[in-house]
Design a protein around this ligand. Structure first.
Ligand SMILES: *Cc1c(COP(=O)(O)O)cnc(C)c1O
Length: 376
């Protein structure tokens, strides 16, 4: 864009305005947005070398509240306002509550968040509190919180903003649009963590809509069909944490456990949709251990320059696992969604591989000692 002879940077306008023709909104919609989306697709050089292909990470920690949840929340809170709601509720392992609280604040809505006892990363909790959410700690796990939140929304005047709300999926599908818009086509493989399975559902929907001639139902029957944007769809590879891998096990896990708290979910709400994404794309849903997740977490921060929270590394852990098993073809393009920012849950960076604390080297205030220490 130019103004006179001065180049003016394009200001990203948030996913609803950028993709309005592909979302259930119209000109009258009062949009609630914090400028989410437009996140960097970073080439991961070390991973690309390893698999002899092109590997990119979609850095969702760059969203306004530090996770991909903002893509869905702009739609969900916009829908809440449209419905005349005065209050919203969500169950959360942390990031949904941080996002819901921020967007509800902008919309002037009350926000109630139900979090499981313990296991919520400090960064996420502080966000929900900072934005003035009504924080309720439920004596149970995430699945129990979601059960209570759904019943609350059924029986009381509050609007549910979990990913069982289709508006969330609509917003989150824009992640796939951005990947295709950046690469010029869909990648061969898309990898991501799977918790409640909303995101794998949303990416698959986005990729499919971009590969089809498509018209938005909301825009009426006379809406012009949009031409396909992508020539193909990727295989979807989803990864659950081994201690919380109900889809892999084929049954709900009653006591899910993992260091990756954002995917510590034993009975995913979008279970069937995730299986559909796997079947229709010819992909896989597999599990990775906590050790593999933490190794991938470290790989991303120390080799690619990308700091994520543990759950966000599950897709990278999956690629490393498949590579070690000889199941990764060469010469392909891979996109891995890294879902949330490392500062959400920073304690993991301060641990050595053996679990001990990382300690800084202590020296006196003396240049020569510091130089010697640095090997200069
Ligand atoms: C919510 C979340 C996930 C899991 O996404 P689902 O849509 O529940 O599968 C993964 N990583 C982070 C950081 C999250 O916040």
């Amino acid at each position: 864009m130019t103004k006179g002879n001065v180049a003016v940077a394009h200001q990203w306008r948030g996913v609803i305005r950028e993709y309005a023709d592909r979302l259930p909104v119209d000109d009258a919609t009062q949009i609630v947005s914090l400028g989410e989306g437009g996140t960097p697709l970073v080439r991961a050089a070390a991973l690309s070398d390893l698999v002899q292909g092109e590997v990119f990470v979609k850095v969702e920690g760059m969203n306004p509240t530090g996770s991909f949840k903002d893509r869905g929340m702009t739609m969900a809170i916009t829908a809440a306002v449209e419905s005349g709601a005065k209050a919203v509720v969500c169950a959360s392992t942390g990031n949904t509550s941080a996002s819901a609280a921020a967007y509800a604040t902008q919309a002037g809505l009350t926000c109630a968040v139900l979090v499981p006892a313990g296991k919520i990363a400090m960064g996420k909790l502080s966000q929900a509190i900072a934005h003035g959410a009504e924080l309720i700690q439920v004596d149970g796990n995430f699945d129990g919180c979601l059960d209570v939140a759904r019943k609350l929304a059924e029986n009381y005047p509050v609007f549910l903003v979990n990913s069982v709300n289709p508006a969330r999926i609509e917003g989150q599908k824009t992640g796939a649009f951005e990947v295709v818009d950046t690469l010029g086509d869909a990648p061969d493989f898309h990898l991501l963590p799977v918790g409640n399975a909303g995101n794998i559902t949303a990416y698959w929907k986005g990729y499919r809509e971009y590969a089809e001639a498509w018209s938005n139902p909301r825009h009426g029957e006379d809406a012009a069909q949009l031409a396909p944007v992508a020539t193909r769809t990727p295989q979807m590879w989803g990864f659950q944490a081994a201690g919380s891998a109900p889809i892999v096990a084929g049954h709900p896990i009653t006591e899910p456990e993992t260091v990756a708290t954002a995917i510590r979910i034993g009975n995913p709400a979008s279970w069937e949709k995730a299986e559909e994404a796997r079947e229709e794309s010819g992909g896989v849903i597999d599990s990775v251990t906590d050790e593999e997740i933490l190794a991938a977490h470290r790989w991303l921060s120390s080799r690619e320059g990308v700091f994520v929270e543990p759950a966000s590394a599950a897709g990278v852990a999956g690629l490393l696992k498949k590579q070690a098993a000889g199941e990764v073809p060469t010469g392909k393009t891979f996109v891995i969604t890294v879902t949330g920012h490392g500062l959400k849950d920073p304690e993991w960076a301060l641990k050595n591989a053996d679990g001990s604390d990382v300690a800084p080297t202590k020296v006196p205030q003396d240049v020569e000692t510091v130089a010697r220490q640095l090997g200069l």
